[in-house]
Design a protein around this ligand. Structure first.
Ligand code: ADP
Length: 332
């Protein structure tokens, strides 16, 4: 599809270039032709004219006409060669330009296709599991009440996963086109709200979250910043062993407020680090996939949020030792 679009666009570019080139060539030919004819018709000086016989004059005129035609043909030939050159060079450049123009559209369409196919793949897995369980249960005439309630419990878990997935997908779609209004907000308040939301999750794993560092006035959207902090702290809890500590620190540097979340968890391998902010990417360590639920959407959302807040997000990690995720948000 993009190949034929590139060819069509190239044809348009060439048509415009050639219309200009041929128009200019015709104008140039007309002016030059007028000049050549004018020069050719110039009379010979009387001093020369008086020594020539009418026959001489006639041969001279014939010679001049021949010269005129030769000059005009030469000019025509040069203009035609010039236009062929413009066609060839312009054609090549036009094709390159057309490909360049279409490249970002092609890339975004490819990304959209990948996203849709990844999303439907992720949706299909829990749906297939639910369908299989329900079908098996329906075919069993001796299904007891406790077995039925076990099935419902398992289905409920799958539904919760599907809900989390659809919320993640919605969040990614929403963040991409909804502009956030950044106002001065307190980093401490945002952190406290994020910590309050995750209190129970941390308690369940007996994890202590130490929050140190000063309060900063950041230019951001409060709810969006809380959402970003929740993703990072939630991951820190998710990928940390029971009973460990998580540290949160805040510092101001070069007009940016930096908030770091450091855990002593499983860490991330160097090969995975460049990919963890991609949608649906999950580091393939048996521990991270088996023990922690998720769809690999959290950090993609976090990155998108950091971008919308005119900030950035970076990570330092060592497998087996832990990770530090740092966000930088403009100070108000
Ligand atoms: P999810 O946690 O749902 O898998 P994320 O996008 O939040 O998805 O994270 C992507 C991957 O990055 C995770 O699967 C995990 O492998 C890795 N990761 C993220 N945060 C941490 C962390 N604090 N410690 C170790 N690994 C992490």
């Amino acid at each position: 599809m993009f190949q034929s679009a590139a060819i069509k666009l190239t044809a348009w570019y060439i048509a415009i270039i050639m219309a200009l080139s041929i128009g200019c060539s015709i104008a140039l030919y007309d002016t030059s032709r007028g000049d050549i004819i004018h020069n050719n018709n110039r009379r010979l000086p009387i001093s020369v004219n008086q020594y020539l016989t009418p026959d001489d004059l006639q041969s001279l005129r014939t010679l001049r006409d021949k010269q005129l035609n030769a000059d005009l043909n030469h000019l025509k030939g040069r203009l035609i060669s010039f236009n062929i050159l413009v066609l060839l060079v312009g054609g090549g450049i036009s094709y390159m330009l057309a490909r360049r123009t279409l490249e970002p559209i092609e890339e975004s369409l490819e990304a959209q296709k990948r996203f849709t196919s990844d999303a439907s793949h992720e949706l299909r897995t829990p749906l297939t599991a639910m369908q299989a369980e329900i079908e098996v249960a329906l075919r069993d005439p001796k299904l007891t009440k406790s077995q039925a309630s076990e099935l419902l419990q398992s289905n409920l878990e799958e539904v919760a996963k599907l809900r989390a997935l659809s919320e993640g997908l919605l969040s990614l779609a929403r963040n991409s086109d909804k502009p956030v209004i950044n106002t001065p907000i307190s980093s401490k308040e945002a952190l406290n709200e994020a910590l309050a939301r995750l209190e129970k999750t941390a308690q369940a794993k007996d994890i202590t979250v130490k929050n140190s560092g000063k309060d900063m006035t950041l230019r951001a959207d409060h709810h969006t910043l809380v959402e970003l902090l929740v993703i990072l702290i939630d991951n820190a809890i998710k990928y940390s062993p029971k009973g460990s500590n998580i540290e949160i620190s805040s510092t101001a540097q070069n007009k940016m407020g930096k908030i770091s979340v450091t855990d002593k968890g499983i860490g991330i391998k160097a090969v995975d680090l460049p990919h963890i902010f991609e949608r649906f990417y999950r580091a393939d360590t048996s521990r991270s996939k088996a023990n922690a639920e998720g769809y690999g959407l959290g950090l993609a959302i976090a990155k998108k949020i950091a971008d919308t807040l005119n900030g950035s997000i970076e990570v330092k990690s060592a497998p087996g030792k832990g990770s530090t995720f740092t966000i930088s948000i403009p100070i108000a």
